[in-house]
Design a protein around this ligand. Structure first.
Ligand code: GLY
Ligand code: MN
Ligand code: MN
Length: 433
């Protein structure tokens, strides 16, 4: 792993919080993700399973965690199964986790090889009445191939049809949405590295540079700081800024255009999610600046609106009302359109057609009970935008915030967002080169 060792107390705390939810005679199973195939003999790099990492700090493929807090045998209350290293693995894949290392990383005492899984799990199941099994329950998940978790659900229910089954994902969502202080620090580290990437880009951006060259500046900053991209970066010059999920990143930047950067670093699997929209030539033109400042006002006010107890739905409604007024001021919609809007269709949708923000953490679009009110410890993105294809540009600005009892904290307050700050950053970079 590239990141510094995380104190195992974080994972132990997370397991304790889950243990209180499982009930008597109940166990929970969380597995690693599959290494996904590509073409021929290729495969993708493993994407660690977020729940497994959250509960153990373990990222290695094929690992299985079984938690059985009420087990009679104290050694069976937390058991982590891992691949057994062998000479062939060592030659081809190098270092694999040892039992001692997994004990250190996770704070779990009982570490077994996978070959012991069936027998140990059977003993645990003979004592348990209820089993919590995992699934991807993100409302927007598109899962077209059968996951390791899904295979295990089938196999377990076939083998043990008389147990009661529960949906672990719902418990995990409720836990993961309330970040621990150590998790906030990891998100902050990803944010600091993202800031470094943004400043680096502002120092070198100029007309004629290609979008992928801008991407490479971020990659350099992220990788040297033990991070990776949290998601495919959107580096969108000119009219590409109106394409919400643009990621070809292959076009040259043109004098006078805006460049939309939606990029985040991921450190120790914790993600940042930043968007800035900057003028390629260092200065916004008057129209670009008006639109930019409208989006910034909506972002700033929406940050203030993200208070404890607020429902996501109401937060979005407030932002849409703000956005309607801004779009009116920009001459993009009329008062009549605002007055005629319906609860299903708000007037500004043509120019601001995506969500206002999402929870952020071990996943970029993180898991959490989004029908529950915001609570302390929630980390949210706030990302309004205005997209005007007829004028050849779009603006989005995205910060990450922490909901606290005493009000929202802008975790990206140090990343320049005011139009003149961004202009100064770009122009001072010009004058140095
Ligand atoms: N980059 C994805 C998002 O902003 O939600
Ligand atoms: Mn983003
Ligand atoms: Mn986002």
């Amino acid at each position: 792993m590239r990141h510094d060792r995380i104190d195992s107390s974080l994972f132990a705390t997370n397991r304790c919080r889950l243990a209180t939810q499982l009930g008597q005679k109940a166990l929970a199973v969380v597995g690693a993700n599959d290494v996904l195939p590509t073409n021929a003999d290729g495969s993708l790099l493993l994407v660690p399973n977020s729940d497994l990492f959250y509960l153990s700090g373990v990222e290695q493929e094929e690992s299985v965690l079984v938690l059985f807090p009420s087990a009679h045998d104290p050694l069976l209350r937390e058991v982590l199964f891992i691949r057994e290293p062998n000479e062939l693995l060592k030659i081809w894949e190098g270092h694999k986790l040892t039992k001692d290392l997994v004990r250190d990383i996770s704070g779990i005492q009982t570490i077994k090889w996978l070959s012991e899984f069936s027998k140990t799990f059977h003993a645990m199941m003979c004592e348990a009445d209820k089993v919590w099994l995992n699934e991807n329950a993100h409302p927007r998940a598109v899962v077209e191939s059968q996951t390791r978790d899904a295979r295990f659900v089938r196999a377990c229910q076939d083998r043990y049809p008389l147990h009661t089954y529960g949906r672990l994902a719902k418990l995990m969502h409720a836990l993961r949405v309330e970040k621990q202080p150590e998790e906030i620090e990891l998100v902050n580290r990803a944010i600091r590295v993202t800031k470094g990437g943004f400043e680096r880009v502002c120092g070198v951006v100029r007309p004629g540079m290609y979008e992928h060259e801008v991407e490479a500046e971020f990659a350099h900053e992220f990788i040297r700081n033990r991070c990776k991209f949290a998601y495919n970066p959107i580096i969108a010059g000119g009219a590409n800024s109106c394409i919400l999920h643009y990621n070809e990143n292959d076009r040259p930047l043109v004098e006078g255009e805006l460049l939309l950067l939606d990029v985040g670093a991921s450190y120790a699997n914790y993600n940042a999610d930043l968007t800035r929209t900057i003028p390629v030539s260092g200065r916004f033109n008057p129209r670009q600046k008006l639109v930019y400042q409208a989006v910034l006002r909506v972002m700033r006010q929406s940050i203030q609106n993200a208070t404890v107890g607020k429902l996501h739905r109401d937060w979005v409604k407030e932002a849409r009302a703000l956005m309607n007024e801004e779009l009116l001021g920009l001459g993009l919609i009329t008062r009549e359109e605002i007055l005629a809007e319906t609860p299903e269709e708000y007037a500004g949708r043509k120019f601001f057609m995506h969500g206002l923000g999402h929870v952020l953490g071990l996943d970029v679009h993180d898991v959490g009970p989004m029908n529950q009110p915001f609570a302390p410890g929630w980390v949210l993105t706030v990302e309004p935008g205005i997209y005007i294809p007829d004028e050849g540009f779009g603006v989005r600005i995205e910060n990450n915030i922490l909901v606290t009892e005493s009000g929202p904290v802008d975790l990206m307050a140090e990343i320049p967002a005011e139009a003149d700050q961004i202009e100064d950053l770009i122009l001072s970079g010009r004058s140095r080169s």
